[in-house]
Ligand binder design. Structure first.
Ligand SMILES: NC(=O)c1ccc[n+]([C@@H]2O[C@H](COP(=O)([O-])OP(=O)(O)OC[C@H]3O[C@@H](n4cnc5c(N)ncnc54)[C@H](O)[C@@H]3O)[C@@H](O)[C@H]2O)c1
Length: 254
């Protein structure tokens, strides 16, 4: 039996192939969880699963577009058949339609962002719930954003709206299923350089500019998110539900 803060747990991470999802997956595995990695970047996702296994962990990759209910239902069925259950759902996959104000956003942009960022967590939660309940409960972690709480002037209304909706969804999930042992919380990251925001944080000038808005004086890194994720996935947070953990160097309070 693996040791660690997540020993014995089975965790599913969406958008696991790169960025925060990959870092969280590696950390979950290092803490003893068995990992289902879901993404649409198949080569990268499979490479990550192999790397985790080479490091002594347990991980398997599935192609799954979280915006498609049928894909999600089928994949979660396969994950549970493979590992025998599910304890932790980490809803992380997201996209963004950068740089367009509301009047210039196409209906396709809006619908795509909402489909992946908001419908996706709903589909994953809906089809995971019977399996979480079958094991007496579990932890659902929804990755929101400081953009749900701060309206940036750069044109991310689609994204910010999806992330605000995710906070409200988390409240309802926590309220409806708490008595059956299912906890639901959000992580709201601040600016962290990844492919998602390479437009702004891909240069040292961009990172320096962002840091001036952050009380702790730097942009975040992937380990900052992995630290919070392990806490919310583990039993150390067993009396915490319906909350938002701002992992953002304090940007949201300014
Ligand atoms: N990076 C930041 O500064 C920041 C800030 C706040 C919140 N977040 C949130 O953190 C989470 C991780 O973002 P990241 O920065 O690692 O971005 P990223 O772009 O590096 O990773 C996103 C992952 O989601 C996957 N994905 C996209 N569409 C998908 C779909 N339909 N089905 C399955 N997977 C899909 C991508 O392939 C990718 O692996 C997201 O929810 C994002 O909104 C990021």
């Amino acid at each position: 039996m693996a040791e660690g803060r997540l020993a014995g747990k089975i965790a599913l991470v969406t958008g696991a192939a790169k960025g925060q999802g990959a870092a969280v997956s590696r950390r979950f595995a290092a803490e003893g969880a068995r990992l289902a990695l879901l993404d649409v970047l198949d080569d990268t996702g499979r490479e990550l699963a192999s790397a985790i296994e080479e490091d002594g962990g347990t991980a398997r990759y599935w192609h799954c577009d979280v915006g498609r209910a049928g894909d999600v239902e089928a994949t979660i069925g396969e994950v549970v058949a493979c590992f025998g259950g599910l304890d932790v759902l980490y809803n992380n996959a997201a996209v963004i339609a950068y740089g367009r104000r509301i009047g210039e956003l196409s209906t396709e942009d809006w619908e795509r962002t909402l489909a992946i960022n908001l419908n996706g967590p709903f589909f994953c939660t809906k089809f995971a719930l019977p399996h979480l309940l079958a094991r007496g409960g579990g932890s659902v972690i929804n990755v929101s954003s400081h953009g749900a709480f701060q309206a940036a002037p750069v044109g991310i209304a689609d994204y910010g709206t999806s992330k605000g909706g995710l906070v409200t969804f988390t409240h309802y999930l926590a309220s409806e299923y708490g008595r059956e042992g299912v906890r639901a919380n959000c992580i709201a990251p601040g600016p962290i350089p990844t492919d998602l925001n390479a437009l702004f944080l891909g240069t040292s000038e961009g990172r320096k500019a962002a840091a001036t808005m952050i009380p702790l004086g730097r942009v975040g890194d992937l380990e900052d998110i992995a630290n919070a994720a392990v806490f919310l996935a583990s039993d150390e947070s067993r009396w915490i539900t319906g909350t938002v953990l701002h992992v953002d160097g304090g940007i949201v309070i300014q």
